[in-house]
Design a protein around this ligand. Structure first.
Ligand SMILES: [Zn+2]
Length: 282
């Protein structure tokens, strides 16, 4: 049965459901002009995810490992802004170190990056940083910049109902665009700050972020080829490290960089599981 709603209620619903246009981002407090709604953002992520995951080796088929990534990811995801976007965390089998956040909240870390980490707070830093990109809608804004607003709006509308051959074409197009997303330097600083915020809210020592950045920067100097791709999507510079350090010293003085991570043992067990799986596979 159809009931008629007063026009103002229809309008209010439309605005709250779609939130297209100029919105104040709750994570950063900045105004953003977004051409797609949250529902479309989620549809884009859903549409692109299977192709995207396949491109990076597919999900590592070890349930204990996926559970662990979901658990650490969930702890930073739960305390982030924009809860209307569902958060999902998964480990992909690619040996190229990288991490990604699709529009709509799908966050990935590759096996190659997990093998570079030594404790859980560094993992929380990776997943916290990516969660920051979701909360700040950096990925939506980057897609909008790179594709152009008109094309993105068109693809987003198609993604909502996209199925069949047209859907498959669209999925490939979106997955390719998302794999080549470029964040600005400001986006990177912001995602680090947000990552630090979520880590501390979830009970992690935020110095894990500095450990992570230092490790990756050192790696980029010793083996530039290995982290090349990651540096395209998330450039790491010594200024980024200094900024993260400055934030922690100013706002989170109660934490010490020298205190060991209490969950390092748990992390290393998981890394061993991953190493075993990779050995079996090869
Ligand atoms: Zn980033």
């Amino acid at each position: 049965m159809k009931t008629l709603r007063p026009w103002w209620l229809v309008l209010a619903l439309a605005v709250s459901v779609t939130a297209v246009g100029c919105v104040v981002n709750p994570a950063t407090g900045e105004r953003q002009v977004r051409v797609i709604s949250t529902a479309e953002e989620i549809a884009i992520g859903e549409q692109a995810a299977p192709k995207f995951e396949a491109e990076f080796g597919g999900r590592v088929p070890v349930p204990a490992l996926q559970r662990y990534i979901r658990q650490v990811g969930g702890s930073v995801g739960r305390v982030s802004e924009r809860q209307e976007v569902p958060r999902q965390y998964a480990l992909l089998a690619s040996m190229v170190p990288n991490a990604f956040a699709l529009p709509g909240g799908k966050v990935y870390i590759t096996a190659g990056l997990m093998l570079q980490l030594t404790n859980e707070r560094q993992l929380a830093a990776v997943l916290g940083h990516e969660t920051g990109h979701v909360a700040a809608a950096h990925n939506v804004m980057a897609l909008q910049r790179q594709m152009g607003a008109a094309l993105l709006a068109e693809l987003a509308a198609a993604a909502v109902g996209g199925k069949g051959a047209e859907g498959a074409k669209l999925a490939t197009r979106l997955a390719t665009a998302l794999a080549n997303l470029h964040y600005s330097r400001e986006d990177e600083y912001e995602a680090d700050q947000l990552g630090i915020r979520y880590m501390t809210r979830a009970g992690y020592n935020p110095w894990g972020m500095v450990e992570l950045l230092k490790r990756l920067l050192a790696m980029s100097r010793s083996e530039p080829g290995r982290v090349g791709e990651m540096f395209q999507t998330h450039p790491i510079t010594s200024k980024r490290i200094r900024r993260a350090e400055g934030t922690i010293r100013r706002r989170y003085r109660q934490f010490s960089p020298d205190r060991p991570d209490p969950h390092a043992g748990r992390f290393v067990e998981m890394r061993v599981l991953l190493e075993r799986y990779l050995k079996r596979r090869s």
